[in-house]
Design a protein around this ligand. Structure first.
Ligand SMILES: Cc1ncc(COP(=O)(O)O)c(C=O)c1O
Length: 458
């Protein structure tokens, strides 16, 4: 083990140095890259002297998503204390289903969930769990909602039940996928129109529910989004809560992207009313910067979590009782320890430190937004208080610009669409960045776009 830890240290040092020198790698065709890196597995063992350089090459040739030039997705940066926690979780290799094998890690997961529920404004009866990603926490919420609406779904199956559910057109693609997995069917997901800022339109939601009831469907769930994937918009949670209470529907808040605003006194109002939801999920691996993946789901009434996910297994649950055996409320059996990395971050930074992370991201996003709105060369599609800054620069098509920046190893940024427009989406979730990184992004992108436009038109 010692040799491998030494190897880890030397590769990690080299990687971090390389990230400083070359923040974005020029991509290579997959076939070339896989061959060049000697990825192929063979029958014979390798000596450490042969193995070390191969591993080093693989690591140094992997896209650099933790650098100051990565604005492509809803995660980024590298939080040192969170990385430390995750590295130790790997060494310990516990499985998070029982207290017997998880010990204090179970207490750590419970503490994260309890404190998050408190911050959200949930009652003492709330509970939750950590799942591998926001798609999975959405699935868990959808399953609980289904089981509440159709008691027999868990035993006899859905049979002819005609359940229908509602979410905005801007919501995440995991929702229809999950609807297919769980027997609701993609066709029963109703996509509610959004307003010009990407927020769900309440009048349209009410109309769709009414039309479904008239057609013999059983509406059962509304999913509001706290931070839509492209526009970063926040649905009006208090209004959704109201309609769900009136219509007796489960209300889930998908806060995978921006649910971490629960930590910020300044930005908490963006999800005002979310405490009325039946369930709420957020990804610590997006705004808070823990390593992937770390998605928490909180459930207002813990009994639903047990009802949908609990299963006896006498070969597994032998000591300590359900409260200390979180496998009982999980989608999984073996569970990776996704709690420790979040706890090492939270414990070391304090809740105030997490608020600072969240506030900093909005500060950087608003700084970028001010830049594009005050510059006539930009056409702007996004709004204040969104971590996704959406724009077009001059007449350069967004796909051409983003793909060329990637191909030339300049910057990692992607593009998105909203209401018929396609634009560059700069995501500002790396709390390790500062304003100079945003300035550098625009300077570099503009110079590149200029070159591109010249080449493009000649
Ligand atoms: C709004 C929203 N929900 C859910 C997800 C899925 O989260 P994960 O990537 O952790 O599965 C995403 C991912 O970007 C998202 O933006």
């Amino acid at each position: 083990m010692k040799n491998d830890l030494d190897l880890f240290r030397s590769i990690a040092d080299e990687l971090m140095k390389a990230e400083q020198e070359e923040a974005v790698l020029k991509p290579e065709a997959p076939e070339n890259l896989f061959k060049r890196l000697n990825i192929e597995l063979s029958d014979e063992a390798l000596s450490d002297d042969e193995f070390g350089p191969i591993l080093r090459d693989v690591v140094l040739n992997t896209p650099r998503t933790a650098t100051r030039k990565f604005f492509n997705q809803l995660f980024g940066g590298r939080n040192s204390k969170a990385s430390l926690g995750d590295l130790l979780a790997v060494l310990l290799n516990n499985s998070m289903y029982t207290y017997k094998v998880g010990g204090p890690m179970i207490g750590i997961e419970k503490e994260l969930l309890n404190r998050s529920a408190e911050l959200l404004g949930y009652p003492a009866n709330a509970d939750g769990t950590i799942a591998p990603g926001g798609s999975m926490t959405n699935l868990m919420a959808m399953l609980m909602a289904r089981d509440k609406a159709q008691e027999e779904a868990r035993t006899a199956g859905l049979y002819g039940a005609r359940l229908s559910m509602y979410t905005s057109k801007e919501s995440h693609y995991s929702i229809p996928k999950n609807a297919a997995f769980m027997g609701i069917g993609r066709d029963q997901v109703r996509y509610v129109d959004s307003d010009d800022k990407g927020r769900i339109r309440m009048d349209h939601l009410a109309e769709l529910i009414e039309a479904d009831r008239a057609a013999g469907f059983q509406p059962f769930l509304v999913i509001g989004t706290a931070g839509t994937t492209v526009m970063g918009a926040f649905d009006p949670m208090a209004e959704i809560a109201e309609i769900c209470a009136k219509e007796k529907l489960w209300f889930h808040v998908d806060g995978a992207y921006c649910g971490s605003v629960i930590f910020s006194a300044k930005h908490r109002s963006l999800i005002a009313g979310a405490e009325k939801a039946d369930s709420f999920s957020y990804n610590a691996h997006k705004m808070l910067g823990t390593p992937l993946s770390c998605s928490l789901i909180l459930v207002k009434d813990r009994s639903w979590l047990h009802r949908s996910f609990s299963n006896d297994a006498d070969y597994l649950y032998q000591t300590d009782g359900d409260d200390y055996n979180p496998g009982k409320t999980s989608l999984q059996c073996g569970r990776r320890n996704d709690a420790l990395k979040f706890w090492t971050l939270w414990k070391s930074a304090g809740t105030k430190g997490l608020a600072e992370i969240v506030d900093r991201q909005f500060e950087l996003a608003n700084y970028a937004l001010d830049y594009v709105t005050s510059n006539p060369d930009y056409r702007v599609y996004s709004f204040k208080d969104s971590l996704g800054i959406c724009f077009n620069y001059k007449d350069v098509p967004a796909d051409l610009l983003c793909n060329s920046l990637y191909e030339e190893g300049e910057l990692m940024v992607g593009y998105g669409q909203f209401q018929g427009n396609e634009f560059v989406r700069l995501v500002s979730v790396n709390a390790g960045n500062d304003k100079s990184d945003i300035d550098r992004f625009f300077t570099q992108m503009e110079a590149f776009a200029h070159k591109l436009n010249v080449n493009h038109s000649t």
